[in-house]
Design a protein around this ligand. Structure first.
Ligand code: GLN
Length: 537
């Protein structure tokens, strides 16, 4: 029988439901179970692709080019479960599908309603994944907080699914908060109320994960258990830790989370094998050196806007037994600074990440110039690579007006241009170059050295490309075109000559980096940054 776990959140948002669901997924995988992860989002957008990073954090891209919620990135970092567009469900998609069926007359004259038609569509999508032959456990994370108007249809679908499947096949895991009030006392009341809200909807949580400042003591667990009808050993302390997030699977498992889940779901499995997570934790906790990485981007006020890049840099650190100190610098701030050596003092490496729109571009170009001239290890990702090319064209090719068609649509020196099939796009959802594609790498280049391979596959999310009109001039003037698409038509990566490590890539290698297997470019970038730091300090 297929097993399902529904992860909900109570009390308030941002408690880390995605990390909790992913950590549970990773422990179950370590018990040799075949896990799938689904994120359900109550917003009306069909996908996260058209949302501003300021609103919703990073857009995570899957192999098949789905633009999804950033929680899928957590699933990808903690587990090895395959992710595609089917693993990200939004209210927009559900209504879109139901309305299409209604227009096709497939409801045979019935009045189409939230229950059963919307809830049936939600259940169908969840079970399509859960019923696949190679799946044992499907973990479904319900976005939002219990009590939100938007999540009601989803919780109703969960209630029905638990009833349909039976309590030995479907489990409710609820994440709540135990706040500390002034005077330092931890309070269980919000948790009691949150479980009460769940029960009012008809769902009795089976497992409670309690976010708290300090480990939740046994007496408090006992009290919570009594008030919520949840077994004592199913009340788990999800307290703050002074380590990496990647220690969480181990911390949950030590408290018996997976034992409780497997017992309740009648899963007879091996003991968990968390040796990879232990290694990651120990490398993080015992790191003796630090790489100070300047991150010159656009959306830096919101910590989740570049989530996968931040995490991939940390993975690069773990691989080098180093801590990574990410110093976020607003690209617009750079534009106001006369002396960049003061800004980048004590910096060991510079990342210029992806982004959209002209704001801050000049600051990124100034950053690229400074780091190229000063031979600081530099990693340009997507927009960051395009900026490296513009900077090179302006300062080495002396094309003063070199630019991107994204910022100067009428410009006559656009070294970054739109492909023909992108010129007349008016429908902005899902129409970029999206998802996995292949690059062929030039031997002897830094990127080739990092991957140790002639052909690599990474995920893309961009509209513009290096213009082939300028490719020869760029190469002749010394810029190394280190990777192209197999047909040679599109530039996939560039490198600065005579630099210890100045690499730009059009793709987003951050999406596939994991703490237990860091993306090769992040490993090399941190390695080079550490070397640079040692030399210059
Ligand atoms: N705005 C650029 C483009 O669309 C870069 C996109 C990105 O950095 N993801 O090509």
């Amino acid at each position: 029988m297929k097993k399902y776990i529904f992860v909900t959140g109570g009390v308030c948002s941002s408690l880390g439901k995605g990390i909790a669901a992913s950590s549970l997924g990773s422990i179950l995988e370590s018990r040799s179970l075949r896990v799938r992860m689904i994120k359900v989002d109550p917003y009306i957008n069909v996908d996260a692709g058209t949302m501003s990073p300021y609103q919703h954090g990073e857009v995570y891209v899957t192999d098949d080019g789905a633009e999804t919620d950033l929680d899928l990135g957590n699933y990808a970092r903690f587990t090895s479960t395959p992710l595609s567009k089917d693993n990200s469900i939004t209210t927009g998609q559900i209504y879109d599908a139901v309305i299409k069926k209604e227009r096709e007359g497939r409801y045979l004259g019935k009045c189409v309603q939230v229950v059963p038609h919307i809830t049936d569509e939600i259940k169908r999508r969840i079970r399509t994944i859960g019923n696949s032959p190679d799946v044992d456990v499907t973990i479904v994370e319900i976005g939002g907080t219990v009590g939100d108007i938007e999540s009601i249809p989803y919780l109703e679908a969960v209630r029905q699914l638990i009833h349909d499947l039976g309590h030995n096949n479907a489990l409710s895991v609820h994440l709540t908060l135990i706040p500390t009030v002034s005077g330092g006392e931890a309070k269980t009341k919000p948790t009691q109320h949150s479980v009460k809200s769940m029960r009012e909807i008809g769902i009795q949580p089976d497992v409670l994960l309690c976010r708290a400042d300090e480990p939740v003591p046994p007496e408090m667990k006992k009290k919570i258990s009594q008030f919520t009808n949840i077994d004592y050993d199913a009340v788990i302390s999800a307290h703050n830790i002074n380590s990496t997030l990647y220690a969480i699977p181990e911390i949950y498992s030590e408290q018996g989370l997976d034992e409780v889940v497997c017992k309740k779901l009648e899963l007879d499995t091996k003991k968990p094998n968390l040796k990879d997570w232990k290694r990651v934790r120990s490398s993080y906790e015992n790191a003796k050196v630090t790489a100070n990485i300047a991150f010159v981007g656009k959306y830096i006020e919101l910590s989740d806007a570049y989530k996968s890049v931040d995490e991939a840099l940390i993975h690069g650190g773990i691989a080098n037994n180093a801590k990574v100190n990410i110093v976020k610098i607003d690209a617009e701030y750079i534009e106001t600074q006369k002396d960049l050596s003061a800004v980048f003092k004590d910096i060991d490496g510079i990342v210029i990440p992806g982004g959209f729109g002209e704001r801050g571009i000049l600051g990124m170009i100034q950053t690229a110039k400074y780091s190229r001239e000063n031979k600081i290890p530099t990693f340009g990702i997507c927009l960051g690579m395009q900026v490296m090319v513009i900077e090179w064209a302006r300062n080495i090719l002396k094309l003063e007006k070199a630019d991107s068609a994204e910022f100067k649509p009428e410009g006559d020196t656009n070294v970054i241009a739109l492909l023909e099939d992108q010129v007349d796009i008016t429908d902005y959802g899902g129409t970029m170059r999206l998802g996995l594609s292949e690059s062929v790498l030039k031997t002897g280049t830094k990127i080739h050295e990092a991957y140790g391979s002639n052909n690599i596959w990474e995920r893309h999310r961009h509209r513009l490309e290096v213009s082939n009109d300028y490719k020869d001039d760029l190469e002749k003037s010394g810029l190394i075109i280190s990777g192209t698409t197999p047909d040679g038509n599109l530039v996939e990566s560039v490198e600065w000559p005579d630099n210890p490590w100045g690499v730009g890539v059009q793709a987003h290698p951050e999406f596939t980096s994991q703490p237990i297997k860091a993306g090769p470019l992040f490993v090399k970038f941190i390695e080079e940054s550490l070397k640079y730091g040692k030399k210059t300090k």
